[in-house]
Ligand binder design. Sequence first.
Ligand code: SF4
Length: 484
Amino acid sequence: MGREVKDVTKHPFLKPSVMSFKATFDAAWQEDTKELGRAWSPYLEDEINRFNHIHRSPEDLAAKVKLLRKLSHKTGACFQRCVGWDSLNTLHIVTTLMAKKGKTEPRERFVEYLKYVQKNDLALAGAMTDAKGVRNLKPSQQPNKNAYLRITEVTKDGIYVSGAKANITGVAATEEMVVLPTRAMGPEDKDYAVAFAIPTDTEGVKIVVGRQLNDARRMEEGEIDGLPYFYNHEGLVIFDNVFVPMNRVFLAGEWEYTGTLVEIFSAYHRQGYGGCKAGLGDVIIGASADLAKQIGVEKASHVQDKLTEMIFLTETMYSAGIAASLNAVKMCDNCWWVNPMHANVTKHLVARFPSQIAQLSIDLAGGIVGTAPSEWDLKNPKLKEYISRYLQGAEDFTAEDRLRMVRLVENVSMGVAFQIESVHGAGSPAAQRIMFSRLYDLNFAQEVAKSLAGRKSSVKFTPKAEPWRESQSETEAKEAGLKP
Ligand code: SF4
């Protein structure tokens, strides 16, 4: 908001975001989450925080989804650390693929970086989305040469980059950021094919934090209107001639890996949404049920029906995330990628269902969700008695109970994490639909139909149940002799 932030841990706008990150560290120590929150690292031969773990089995991937659901219960917000985690897993597969094809340095640098991150339990941002400029032009065709982050100079010690990454979740509260290309590129775009990791406070990096709905409530120092007091933030990250030492560079001009990298990353992050957004759904369902009780309508059939619908929508998102995990793809020894079809389905459900859940929660909460007096009115000695009298419903509950729950519904169901992030995070809905048509073998389905209709058909049945094509990443990994 036009001012420089000196300390993100104290600033009223950013502290809730730091609190949300904190939940990812606490998860490794709290009784109910520590089993999910920890993992075994073969790189350190020690236990680490799961948020920096390289998935080694389908069960590991399912543990990710479960952990994210649980952490939404603790924060009521996006806890921001998964983008960096998915970036690590993506670079693990891509640099392994590069090594298999003879380019071994990126893999060596990545393993050293991974060990450093795991040992120090660092919180990473994943910086992927570029400013993008004119959307129908490739990076090299843009009138603004910095519309996509690019390498401006290569020296024997490292590279210099300029450009920006947009909508970067949690970035101002992280220790390091992992930067990845945002789209598949061709040979003419090689200056833009760049992946690296740097400390977030590297010279030349500037972060402009974006505004959010109801954000000014965080500045008021209240304890009701801004509930749940955990938030995520997003930032525009500007790279003004930033130097990246060579030991932190994982991709510099190897445009041929960008398509695979983007496909792998986006599927990883789309799978995760089945956990965190289902967890936010639980918070909203719980708040809606409690509000119904507060005004004595909890047994009404239409209320039960709406709550049931919210449960169905929430569990559908979660089921898809679990399916994406347990039907995972083994990409190399001890390295597992999510199932790309299920992961894209998960994110597409998440792009649709949270708005339906929010609508039902507004329906159940009543008009008060948009008209409730502020906590300052409730705390005003001249108004307190009146507001307490007229805001109360069933006698087991106070006006403050109602106001607290109303604010929770308002801020969680209509916040960035549940509404905007659900649509655009990990790729907008059109990106998932492109993946459906790439992965679904329509010809096979047509041949099946033709054979059942008694027409000439070339259908060849295989042990595979699904009419799915192999993804680009699986084909590449197989051709390189990486995928078993
Ligand atoms: Fe993690 Fe979900 Fe936030 Fe992504 S949207 S960073 S998966 S909590």
